[in-house]
Write a protein that binds this ligand. Structure first.
Ligand code: GLC
Length: 532
């Protein structure tokens, strides 16, 4: 599985940083992040060392769902700036050696998209078959029992057509009909619009739900529904992860492959045992199906090892691994594991074999931001409250400094920030041993050691709370030992080693006198073995 540096594609060696543009940096005081704000933070991205940025949707949108409700795939939402500003941003990022990945939302549009306006106007319109339409059931109700992920029936009645349309998410997010070749062609055109401008790739949103059962069969009940929110009380066998969906992903990949050097990653929503399918067989699918398994793992050495092993075993031999530790839909992991283990996770992320993804704010160990109920913006939480699944706590504006609005805006931030005295960029940039300093040092180390980027992964049997593994690439060999406990643990290895880094950033980088080390509580180390 190892390869030399000149074989590696950029997305294999890149560290990828997700930015929710609306919460990154505001430039005009309207309380929402924008292109000009992001432009002013390119120096920060460069300083941090990330190689690529993935932006949540930037397109014209009523913004009911963080911009995942798109009114026009080929225009910029005025809150973010203009197309000229976008081109300028792309140029500036490229000049800083940072690639740009956009969100592609092929499953649904907003209901004010002209395609839907036309499709819903009549059964005889030219776009009549662009969305998923069905006649009522015999009793006049919805065609079947499919649920929306955002609560209630997935079907909405349309008077003009006297039919229902299907929406996997909000009523205002009708699902496109991916069985229709015209829809595919139209989405391919929108991809080319951005690829022609020079974007480096896409993250495919909701890629596992593009096709639904043609016979519209009812989803069976979920036997594990107890305590789950209502949308999860069905087993979604007829709406999610249908085999025909893979054909759509292959189609999207063909568009990407008609350009050189572009990348396709995607949200696969699946469990580890399904992820392998998203790489493709004879025909390629996603380069990087996003893998969030570390977020779901129990936080102890044996569970983590099992999680990591299960993932490596689940992906095809030639597949390039991916590790994501945060995202705009995921609860902040720092809230679950605490700041001390966040440092350990940073080391794990940057030393596992595969492309690391993290979400803005993870690099300062940001925790979930409390959102008062009258400030909630997440439509999921509004429609399915009370399950603790609101996504606003992760989407709150970036905390650049300790001021009330966090250096994010001069105005009123669209979502509130947490109280001051919490992690912020300015303070952590001043401190040599902050979580931020650790992320930066790890990214650098990864850049300096081809072995960390490309070498194979060799699990070492974890014991006594220490998660350990090696990265071996012919000559070079690196060992990583992570103490998941808060108490010291002794760890041994074979051979002469040089310490490259400790998560505490306070050990000298030097040859170690013995083949063992006393790890402090919550400490991880990276050791380079001398060639035997
Ligand atoms: C994806 C996005 C999520 C959004 C949903 C509907 O899952 O990541 O944020 O709510 O699609 O568009």
């Amino acid at each position: 599985m190892s390869g030399s540096s000149d074989e590696a594609a950029w997305w294999q060696s890149a560290v990828i940083y997700e930015i929710a543009l609306v919460s990154f940096q505001d430039s005009n005081g309207d309380g929402k992040g924008d292109f000009a704000g992001l432009m002013s933070r390119i120096d920060y991205l460069k300083w941090l060392g990330v190689d690529a940025v993935w932006l949540t949707p930037i397109y014209n949108s009523p913004f009911r769902d963080l911009g995942y409700d798109i009114s026009d795939y080929c225009s910029i939402d005025p809150a973010f700036g203009s197309l000229e500003e976008f081109d300028g941003l792309l140029e500036a990022l490229h000049a800083a050696d940072i690639r740009l990945v956009l969100d592609l939302v092929p499953n649904h549009t907003a209901d004010d998209h002209t395609w839907f306006v036309e499709s819903s106007s009549s059964r005889n319109s030219a776009k009549a078959d662009w969305y998923i339409w069905a006649d009522p059931a015999e009793n006049g109700g919805p065609p079947n029992n499919w649920l929306s992920r955002f609560g209630g029936s997935g079907w909405e009645w349309c008077k003009a057509r006297r039919q229902y349309y299907y929406h996997s998410f909000l009523v205002e997010q009708p699902d496109l009909n991916w069985r229709n070749p015209d829809v595919r062609a139209a989405i391919a055109d929108t991809m080319r619009f951005w690829l022609d401008r020079g974007v480096d790739g896409f993250r495919v949103d909701a890629s596992a739900v593009l096709i639904k059962d043609q016979l519209l069969r009812d989803n069976p009940p979920n036997p594990h529904a107890k305590d789950k929110p209502p949308p999860q009380r069905q087993t979604t066998v007829f709406t999610d992860d249908r085999p025909e969906t893979m054909d759509c992903i292959e189609f999207i990949r063909d568009v990407i492959d008609s350009y050189s050097g572009r990348m396709l990653c995607g949200e696969v929503q699946g469990k580890t045992d399904r992820i392998g399918h998203f790489y493709g067989n004879d025909r390629p699918r996603l380069h990087l199906p996003l893998n969030f398994a570390l977020l779901d793992s129990q936080w102890d050495a044996l569970s983590l090892q099992a999680t990591i092993d299960a993932y490596f075993n689940a992906i095809p031999e030639q597949a390039w691994p991916v590790w994501a530790i945060g995202g705009h839909d995921k609860q902040r992991i720092a809230s679950k594991i605490g700041e001390a283990q966040m440092r350990v996770l940073a080391m794990l992320l940057m030393t596992l074999r595969g492309t690391p993804f993290f979400f803005m704010g993870d690099e300062i160990g940001r925790k979930r931001v409390p959102i008062p109920s009258d400030r909630v913006r997440d439509p999921f939480e509004k429609l399915v409250p009370g399950f603790g699944l609101c996504r606003d706590p992760e989407r709150a504006p970036m905390r650049w400094d300790d001021s009330a609005a966090g250096g994010f805006t001069d105005g009123d931030p669209w979502l509130p920030l947490e109280s001051s005295g919490t992690p912020n960029v300015a303070e952590q940039q001043r401190s040599e041993r902050s979580v931020l300093a650790l992320f930066r040092a790890l990214i650098r180390l990864r850049r300096e050691h081809a072995c960390l980027r490309q070498a194979g992964y060799e699990p070492l049997r974890s014991r006594d709370d220490v998660l350990a593994y090696g990265r071996t690439d012919g000559g070079a060999e690196i060992l990583v030992a992570l103490n998941i406990a808060a108490e010291p643990r002794k760890w041994h290895w074979l051979g002469r080693g040089r310490l490259l880094m400790s998560t505490h950033l306070d050990r000298p980088s030097e040859t170690l006198p013995e083949a063992s080390i006393l790890l402090r509580g919550n400490e991880g180390v990276i050791i380079e073995l001398e060639a035997r």
